[in-house]
Ligand binder design. Sequence first.
Ligand code: FAD
Length: 320
Amino acid sequence: MKVIEHIANAKKPLISLEIIPPKRGGNILQIYKAIESILPYAPPFINVTSHSAEVMWEEMKDGTFRRIVKRKSPGTFGLCAAIKYKYNIDPVPHLLCAGFTREETEDALIELNYLGVENLLAIRGDIKYEKPIPDGRSVNRYALDLVKQITDMNNGKYLDDLIDVQPTDFCVGVAAYPEKHFESPNLAFDIDVLKKKQDAGAHYAICQMFFNNAHYYNYVQRARKAGITIPIIPGLKIITSKSQVMRLPKAFHIEIPEELVNAILNASSDKEAKEIGIQWAYKQAVDLLENGVNILHFYIMQNTETFLEVINRLKKDYSL
Ligand code: FAD
């Protein structure tokens, strides 16, 4: 089922989540274990992240450069197929512009369509290196371009004039930033980008994590005023350690409220810091639900322990 159908048909609040594929050489069994622990809460869909290769260049003695791939995390599509056919949960693979040609993207979309995957999250990715583009190939520069490519395929328009083509029917999600994307000059610009993605065919948006619900309410209000009508799903992250207080803002360009930072940094142990993170996420979730939000999206990576703790606390009051 499509993400927008899950949302439209929901009789009670929905809890969705985002996971990251195991590292290279990792084992899918660790993901199965994580998914099985959350099955009782019937997540309508599970997002699976995707990452372009991280590359560095080493200068050689003769002055030339050698390309070294430092990190590569394939496995998104395989994991999505496993989620769909082993657990009957709708997977949402993340599809990137960065690191892929449009031709590679088209092939990936054809494969996902064969697999029966109905949902995607179309994002740009962070540009860590410019992959050389072979002659005759093209790239999607922004997520907007990728949304247009998917919409074209949904309308039966492929890159080449192929014969016997079938239109696809993907439900397309995009990223949204309640505190604005770090490259955007201001929030209005960012909201305009989201409006363009909607106009190009995006069906829903998922927010970057935020720790202050006021950012989300403000963003949604401004987006609605700008004519954005698609669902804007809030993204929540549970802080589990003191180090995350410093790492998350750097990695995701988000603010962590003073009260939360002070409480976590003054915690007497990691266990106490974790409990503070759980309580904060619980409070955020309660506030969102009480303000009429009917879906919460949790960034859990592969860690279900604190997520389950939050959900168990919510379960009593919100029949999740
Ligand atoms: P875009 O929408 O292309 O925007 C990028 C920047 O360009 C913005 O500042 C925007 O304002 C600007 N911009 C957009 N269009 C134009 C235009 N036409 N002209 C001028 N400026 C423009 N990253 C990963 O690598 N893997 C993942 O799996 C992943 N999952 C994510 C899931 C969610 C829900 C979110 C919120 C983010 C995720 N990211 C992921 C991070 C994302 O790739 C980065 O935030 C990236 O820097 C921007 O992606 P985007 O799709 O928002 O880009």
